[in-house]
Design a protein around this ligand. Structure first.
Ligand code: HEC
Ligand code: HEC
Ligand code: HEC
Ligand code: HEC
Ligand code: HEC
Ligand code: HEC
Length: 336
């Protein structure tokens, strides 16, 4: 046989083989069962048990998580969108916890032309620049309560009246000028007034509990809270001791990159609803972080942030913030 005829036959055999392989791989098995009349499959599919349950199913056992989720923005995203189908759970095993949050969250939130503006969008490279080095979206966002809210209380207090009240009821523990003499009691000098109003209101309402502060705050009127907040915000934090006796400042600095977006590079946030951390008492910071982690102090954002921190991480972070200068505001590496 001439060579070109052999090649032609080989080519036809090869095409035949590819065609057969494609038929085997790419045709759905059910095609052979029902042929072109696929409607015959409907009763069989309808008889299958649903693999997806509903968020209400999760509520019975994960009530706290469900309550947090249903009170927040992601209530339109069902549990199983992120955790997978729950058929058989919990009997046949745990549901997966998404390990790559960047991949999960950008599915819906990466900015794209044509994506409806009603869906909040971010430019990932700018919003989460450390994503490529492993920083997860969940470092800052609680997936069950993702919105980072800043409730700014209007502060219209009278600092002079606040000073009198302070001297009478608070100076013993928080120091004559708002610098506490004890490492577990927080400094108040120079703290954001809006944050102070919010936190004192939280002690008063019982949303935040502390043996010392709860009864004291319950005795304060709303006007007194505003006055005290105005007074502390007007004080200089100068003189706050910055030496850390616990933890490692350098290790804390490395961890603190997860906190920068909200607390600023050196613990001085520009958002008045959030607390300044710079030069705060180290032991107090440790206690606060542990309270968030244990759920004793309830803030959905800080609960998510602290979940993965070890005791050692917490001591290092506390050492870092305690050692910062409380007066210089650093934004993007520049002191302002
Ligand atoms: C009948 C009770 C029950 C229901 C209903 C239930 N779960 Fe669970 N779930 C459990 C138990 C028990 C565990 C195992 C907890 C453990 O071992 O820490 C678990 C574990 C999980 C975990 C893994 C937690 C971890 O720390 O590893 C996830 C995620 C989860 N459930 C999500 C869901 C979702 C989503 C639903 C609703 C579709 C749901 N569960 C419904 C009882 C339930
Ligand atoms: C937008 C995606 C998303 C939705 C919706 C969601 N989860 Fe989660 N869930 C996550 C991620 C991500 C984690 C891991 C948290 C982390 O790493 O901080 C998680 C963690 C969990 C855990 C185990 C870890 C823990 O925090 O103890 C449980 C249990 C859980 N989710 C249950 C639920 C239930 C129940 C619902 C619905 C009411 C729900 N989730 C809705 C993304 C989601
Ligand atoms: C299946 C799509 C989907 C996934 C996955 C998802 N989200 Fe969302 N997310 C939404 C939608 C839709 C809204 C808006 C809900 C509303 O307020 O109407 C939202 C709201 C938010 C908001 C509030 C924005 C604002 O300012 O109102 C944040 C923050 C957020 N998501 C972060 C995350 C993070 C972090 C993850 C990953 C753990 C994630 N989302 C996963 C769909 C998704
Ligand atoms: C270092 C902390 C941090 C990390 C990490 C982070 N975010 Fe955010 N995110 C914030 C803060 C703070 C805001 C509120 C900013 C504002 O109001 O301008 C926010 C706002 C958002 C919003 C609302 C934007 C809007 O226009 O309403 C979305 C959506 C969002 N983040 C998604 C994500 C996703 C997805 C990831 C992971 C790829 C992520 N975030 C990682 C801190 C973070
Ligand atoms: C007996 C000592 C004591 C007295 C008196 C006291 N405090 Fe406190 N205060 C504390 C302790 C301890 C904490 C930390 C509580 C915690 O860990 O939640 C605290 C926390 C605070 C905080 C929260 C600070 C932050 O950074 O979150 C504010 C604000 C505050 N006190 C204001 C006051 C005011 C105003 C008074 C006077 C009416 C007062 N305190 C009287 C011991 C005291
Ligand atoms: C997405 C924003 C956000 C991020 C990221 C964040 N925080 Fe916070 N932090 C807050 C808010 C909001 C509060 C106030 C909570 C409250 O009112 O109880 C807070 C409170 C605190 C407090 C209590 C301060 C006081 O005076 O009582 C400490 C300590 C703290 N954060 C440390 C950290 C550390 C350490 C990190 C990084 C590992 C971090 N935060 C990351 C938002 C954030």
């Amino acid at each position: 046989m001439p060579k070109h005829i052999v090649r032609l036959i080989l080519l036809m055999v090869a095409f035949g083989a590819i065609g057969y392989a494609a038929k085997v791989f790419f045709t759905a098995d059910s095609f052979y069962k029902y042929g072109h009349y696929r409607a015959a499959s409907v009763p069989e599919i309808a008889a299958q048990e649903p693999v997806y349950q509903t968020p209400r199913y999760c509520q019975t056992c994960h009530s706290e998580r469900h309550a947090q989720w249903s009170a927040n923005n992601h209530k339109t995203v069902t549990c199983e969108t992120c955790h997978g189908a729950a058929k058989g759970h919990p009997q046949s095993g745990k549901l997966p916890i998404p390990s790559d949050a960047v991949k999960l969250c950008t599915l819906c939130h990466e900015a794209m032309p044509g994506r409806p503006r009603t869906q909040p969008q971010i430019q990932v490279a700018q919003h989460n620049p450390y994503a490529s080095s492993g920083q997860q979206c969940t470092a800052c966002h609680n997936p069950h309560a993702p919105k980072i809210v800043a409730v700014v209380a209007i502060v219209a207090g009278d600092a002079a009246a606040g000073a009198k009240k302070h001297a009478a009821s608070c100076a013993a523990c928080h120091g004559a000028k708002g610098i506490s003499p004890n490492d577990t009691w927080p400094n108040l000098a120079g703290q954001h007034a809006a944050y102070l109003v919010r936190i004192l209101a939280a002690y008063k309402s019982g949303a935040q509990k502390d043996v010392a502060m709860t009864p004291l705050a319950q005795a304060l009127s709303d006007a007194e809270i505003q006055n005290l907040a105005a007074y502390y915000a007007s004080l200089s934090c100068d003189g706050a001791p910055g030496a850390a006796r616990i933890g490692d400042v350098a290790a804390g600095k490395a961890l603190a990159k997860n906190c920068t977006a909200c607390h600023g590079e050196t613990g001085i946030t520009s958002n008045p609803a959030w607390p300044k951390l710079a030069a705060q008492k180290a032991e107090y910071l440790v206690n606060a972080l542990k309270a968030f982690r244990a759920g004793l102090r309830k803030d959905p954002t800080m609960a998510g942030v602290t979940r993965g921190l070890s005791d050692g991480d917490i001591a290092n972070l506390a050492a870092y913030y305690a050692a910062q200068n409380c007066q210089a505001v650093t934004v993007g590496g520049k002191t302002q």
